[in-house]
Design a protein around this ligand. Sequence first.
Ligand code: GLN
Length: 366
Amino acid sequence: MKRQLILEDGTVFIGEGFGSTKEMMGEVVFNTGMTGYQEVLSDPSYCDQIVTMTYPLIGNYGINRDDFESITPAVKGFIVKETCDFPSNFRSEYSLHTFLEEKGIPGLSGIDTRKLTRRIRTVGAMKGKICGMDENPEEVAAALRGTDFATDQVSRVSTMKPYPSPGRGFKVVVVDFGMKHGILRELTERHCDVIVVPYNTTAEEILRLNPDGIMLTNGPGDPKDVPEAQEMIKGVLGKIPLFGICLGHQLFALTCGADTEKMKFGHRGANHPVQNVETKQVMITSQNHGYAVREESVENTDLEITHIALNDDSIEGLKHTKYRAFTVQFHPEASPGPEDANSLFEQFITMMEEEKKAGNLTCQNA
Ligand SMILES: NC(=O)CC[C@H](N)C(=O)O
């Protein structure tokens, strides 16, 4: 069935609908990963976004039971050049079409995804709608321009209640802003005794759990939409070692007095080069973000830039100069993508060990 993608600037792409036949609007973003579509579809950070994959054939290894990054996908639509109806892989359980249909996510195939990507790169991130051919593009484009996006994404994807993921190692409180399961997997692999808590848990509630470390997860939307998280971070910073990823990194930066801004079209893919400022070592990283910490804003804070993106020099990592706390904009848990940055989880464990040994609240050479 022919369907269309209408962008807020009036551009129309006509393709073949697959997955759900629902009409859906969202922010249209592109991901350059050659594989990993199942992890992308189930990454809660894509909440309210329509994702287009730049790799031309998507769905060829199907959908399996192991690679989900969350149980319920939050993405609003999925756009590909060509989708594969008959996947071939020993792990595959169903096709991309069946998965999207079951989850109520509309797909659109057969459009020129290179043209769409270039449009987003030129104009910047835009709102768009996947709908039937009966919709009038001009009217839809005007409606999109007049619509403000929701600001409550984190509350929609975070856990409602705390839950444990027991282990015999360090006690880690994971604050769930829209957590990818990969983060939990990495902590569990290192025997951490994890308690996952909702995004709006207070500092007092967290301190009462007496953790050895706090993990701030990835999550959707604008970090400025979650002011309660800044309150919480303020209350635990310097008391408990802290590690943040993506939205967690942005929230940490805001709390410490730095600022964030929306990027023109963001970083989404599995091959983003990031340099460690101190060692000059380069890692190829998995990324998915549309906001970034503003460089000038870091100057008069107690933060130090630890990593930069080699594609555009944007900030990719920060650490606190007085307390045991560091954060990264990219995804050390990968899923999907390369595992070059996996050792950052070791760094978190080491930081908790140091804190235990030191038995004091600040660190000398952080
Ligand atoms: N993956 C993330 O945590 C994304 C963070 C934030 N929502 C952004 O788009 O920049």
